[in-house]
Write a new protein. Structure first.
Length: 571
């Protein structure tokens, strides 16, 4: 945006930001945010409040905090969603035939003129004048996501219900999420499902045929949320559209299929991994939205407390050894591994990954995808890449004895190896490797550390307030009244920003076990996991629940969420 460039030039001239800041953010434009100013605020280069205060002083224009306002529906209806997103502005007040909008640069005359023209197109808004106020870029984007996310979906539902599906599968070439008026209603409807899911920060879309309806659910911050259900008669057209978009066989309805979709939303190109499973009432589809920005996190953004981050940094800085990350599916293991790779990715280090599948292409890293159909498995790939003389190897998952043995032997020949296992806690990873058939002496001499992790929902900052935890929760977690009274507890009361849940976003809970000489002796002796756990606790290992309690004490999450995440592990 030309108007944004003007603001950037002013900030640069006033020493608020540097050219290096701009260049770094420009590389992530369209991935983590749609505007440079939003990226600068998200990265902490300049605080949003500081930016707004500076612009108010510099431009002598009043400001507004959109999150403090409840915007009436009649105001939202004045300006179309496409115009709002394209120009990054937000209408928030309509009084005496004057519409006031929040903008980062209220001096952008072209945008104001175009908005006036847009208002005059509609007989209901003709003659309305426009006034401007300064609003923060993140504040504007949050308001757009909150107030405009449902418009496209509701329109698409009504169009799809009335649509003629003989035309539904035309225009198949457009699979990027474009919403041209020439597209069939069912195409716009499927696009709306994906678009709404992205804007609501969903990680998965579940489309499940039931006996009399189709159920659509989004997984947001790890919890499923049911959305408006389309009628049962749309089931066939929806599945056909998704199969075409993901490259599946249209005629096959008896066996599971997998595919991928490239889809563009708000200038961001999403990669969706699609799984199709035949069921009693039809085919069920799950789409995983692969968000590259979540894998570009630094170690400090994963959610470590200071002591744990120092321990983990020490482990991944070792010259050789095996470091395992454990946890169930969806616990953030891949995000953590990519965080390690980003931290270690330097010109003097060679990194190779073996993945199934390679979800994201990372610059400076050699990535290999296994292919079971041609017998190119993890073990085959590992044997080959060892001849490539890497310093660091990441194995997507240790699934069998052969892969485990090669990984441990690679660490003994001077390689640092990262991988994942599906175990509930850190000590169990040791016994799991031995159960796979890896010799105890190999495990003891190669494994340098194990980290178990979970993802806990974080308190919504917009509606955070002090509260008294549920006594039943405290009882189950064995927390004394004195302990509860000695701390200040924070939860989210529920607001429009967090969809009434009180939570927005997730952070990791971690259990880091450093393998020392005492633990190695226990591994040699093939003792049970509980004995290894007891020794690790003597060595200072905090459990997942203890890490969760520390984060609840600091207002990052809640006791209820910690109990939900760790109930099985602490049972």
């Amino acid at each position: 945006m030309a108007s944004e460039d003007l603001i950037l030039d002013i900030l640069l001239e006033q020493g608020k930001i540097t050219q290096e800041n701009i260049d770094k953010c420009r590389d992530n434009l369209g991935v983590r945010a749609n505007t440079m100013l939003e990226l600068l605020c998200l990265d902490g280069v300049i605080k949003e409040e500081e930016l707004v205060a500076f612009l108010v002083d510099y431009l002598s224009v009043p400001s507004v905090t959109l999150s403090d306002n409840t915007i009436p529906p009649e105001v939202i209806q004045c300006v179309p969603g496409d115009f709002v997103r394209k120009n990054h502005l937000m209408p928030f007040k309509l009084e005496a035939n004057t519409l006031t909008v929040g903008m980062v640069n209220p001096m952008d005359v072209d945008v104001v003129d175009n908005l006036t023209v847009e208002l005059n197109k509609n007989p209901q808004t003709q003659g309305i004048s426009v006034e401007t106020a300064i609003a923060g870029p993140i504040d504007i984007q949050n308001a757009i996501d909150l107030y405009y996310r449902g418009q496209q979906f509701e329109t698409a539902v009504s169009e799809a219900e009335e649509g003629d599906y003989s035309e539904a599968l035309k225009g198949i070439g457009n699979i990027s999420g474009g919403e041209g008026e020439d597209e069939a209603p069912i195409i716009r409807f499927v696009s709306a499902i994906i678009t709404q899911a992205y804007r609501m920060r969903a990680s998965d879309i579940h489309i499940e045929p039931l006996e009399k309806r189709i159920r659509i659910r989004y997984r947001i911050d790890g919890v499923l949320k049911e959305m408006e259900s389309p009628p049962k008669r749309l089931q066939g057209p929806i599945m056909s559209r998704l199969k075409i978009m993901s490259g599946m066989n249209m005629a096959e309805r008896r066996i599971p299929q997998d595919g991928r979709i490239k889809f563009k939303v708000d200038k961001v190109v999403l990669d969706l991994r699609v799984s199709n499973l035949p069921g009693t009432h039809g085919e069920s589809v799950v789409m995983r939205i692969l968000d590259k920005s979540s894998l570009m996190l630094g170690l400090s953004e994963l959610g470590f407390l200071d002591e744990d981050e120092n321990t983990f940094r020490h482990l991944i800085s070792m010259p050789n050894g095996v470091l395992l990350v454990t946890g169930p599916t969806g616990s953030g293991k891949t995000t953590t591994l990519y965080g390690c790779l980003n931290f270690l990715n330097k010109p003097d280090v060679k990194l190779i990954t073996v993945e199934d599948p390679v979800e994201y292409m990372l610059g400076g890293i050699n990535q290999v995808q296994v292919n079971d159909e041609i017998n190119f498995t993890f073990s085959h790939a590992l044997r080959s890449i060892l001849r490539q003389a890497p310093n660091i190897i990441m194995v997507g998952e240790i699934r069998d004895r052969v892969t485990a043995e090669i990984a441990t032997q690679a660490s003994l020949t001077g390689h640092l190896v990262f991988s994942t296992l599906h175990t509930n806690d850190a000590p169990s990873a040791i016994t799991r490797l031995i159960d796979m058939g890896v010799k105890p002496f190999l495990v003891a001499t190669s494994v340098i550390g194990v980290m178990a992790q979970r993802l806990a929902r974080t308190v919504c900052k917009n509606c955070a307030c002090e509260y008294v935890p549920d006594p039943q929760v405290c009882k189950v977690m064995h927390l004394s009244d004195e302990y509860i009274k000695s701390h200040k507890w924070i939860h989210g009361a529920g607001c429009e920003v967090c969809n009434g849940t009180g939570y927005k976003g997730r952070k990791g809970l971690f259990e880091i076990m450093v393998v020392n000489d005492a633990i190695r002796r226990l591994v040699y002796e093939c003792v049970p996991a509980n004995e290894i756990r007891a020794e690790a606790r003597k060595n200072g290992m905090a459990t997942l629940r203890e890490d969760g309690l520390k984060k609840a004490e600091r207002g990052i999450t809640t006791l209820e969420e910690v109990l939900r995440i760790t109930a099985v592990d602490e049972a």
